[in-house]
Design a protein around this ligand. Structure first.
Ligand code: GUN
Length: 293
């Protein structure tokens, strides 16, 4: 059994990005600049945005964190987005989700200039991705594909079963893996928590992706021997033995599933760091204006 070490791979890729940034600076140009908008103080969002800002420092990017209270109006938030769209010193930006209930996430996402949409959430980027045109790929699916590719795991001809069909992970990953591409050409089955006889579907997987957001949802009896398991879940569960009062677990019951797996991602240290690294890759692309619309 191989543990797919996303932490180590993300360090390797960040070093590669750093070399590119040094080249840009050596040419007399400014480094890539990522801005992040964080509304409210959801602890998980705070942690994710903190990781993004720290990663920018590691790769030599500039970063700006724009914090606003949960009470911000939709109009005020849209104004921040429009200002970032027009700011020539910002190459790309993200608005951390989820947003408070009184703000329409779809409206905010649509307001982002697709050329600066390094999350790849805008329907223009999503549609371009689906058609195989150059686009910003959403960070988590891109991170998963990098993890498979750099560990020499073939996708062509494999049966991939994805559990969870969110707009930011399951659905785009299903599209990417079924597409005619280097890390595509798989046969993809999309499932959800209430798929009829879900275990029969997951047991057919050569590559199983869990992106459902339910702690330890995939149990040992739901996988076949020799499966490759990608656990996208990052769930906080109470743990009074920890100083923080919680610990992170994935959507996969690691202790049960790992012994049956050919390869598996740990939580933490698997997909999570790869997501942040993919965002850095998108920001570098934005700086280089690599994607032509
Ligand atoms: N919330 C959870 N994941 C993400 C992400 O990748 N980007 C943004 N903006 N918000 C998120």
């Amino acid at each position: 059994m191989v543990v797919l070490d996303g932490k180590a791979l993300s360090t390797t890729i960040k070093n590669e990005i750093r070399i590119e940034v040094d080249k840009i600076i050596a040419q007399g140009d400014r480094p890539p600049h990522l801005a992040a908008v964080l509304v409210g103080n959801n602890p998980a969002s705070e942690a994710y945005v903190g990781n993004k800002v720290r990663s920018c420092e590691q790769v030599g990017f500039s970063s700006t964190l724009i914090r606003r209270p949960e009470t911000i109006s939709e109009e005020e938030l849209l104004k921040i987005v429009l200002d970032l769209n027009l700011d020539p010193d910002v190459d790309g930006f993200i608005v951390q989700l989820p947003l408070p209930g009184h703000i329409n996430e779809e409206k905010v996402t649509l307001a982002i200039d697709p050329r600066k949409d390094v999350d790849g959430f805008h329907p223009l980027n999503f549609g371009r991705m689906a058609q195989g045109l150059p686009a910003y790929l959403p960070a988590t699916p891109q991170g998963v594909l990098l993890l498979l590719e750099r560990n020499g795991i073939e996708t062509s001809g494999q049966h991939v079963v994805i559990v969870g069909r969110s707009n930011i992970v399951g659905t785009p990953l299903g599209i990417l893996m079924s597409r005619k591409d280097k890390m595509g050409n798989a046969t993809v089955t999309m499932t959800r928590s209430r798929t009829r006889d879900l275990a029969a579907e997951t047991r057919r997987a050569d590559i199983l992706v869990a992106a459902i957001g339910i702690p330890n949802f995939i149990t040992g009896d739901m996988v076949k021997e020799g499966v490759v398991v990608i656990d996208v879940g990052i769930n906080r569960i109470e743990d009074s033995s920890r100083k923080s009062g919680f610990r992170l677990v994935g959507d996969v019951d690691y202790d049960e599933v790992a012994p049956k797996s050919r390869a598996i991602t740990p939580v933490p240290g698997g997909v999570g760091p790869m997501t942040v690294t993919a965002l850095m890759l998108n920001t570098l692309k934005a700086r280089k204006k690599e994607i032509r619309y």
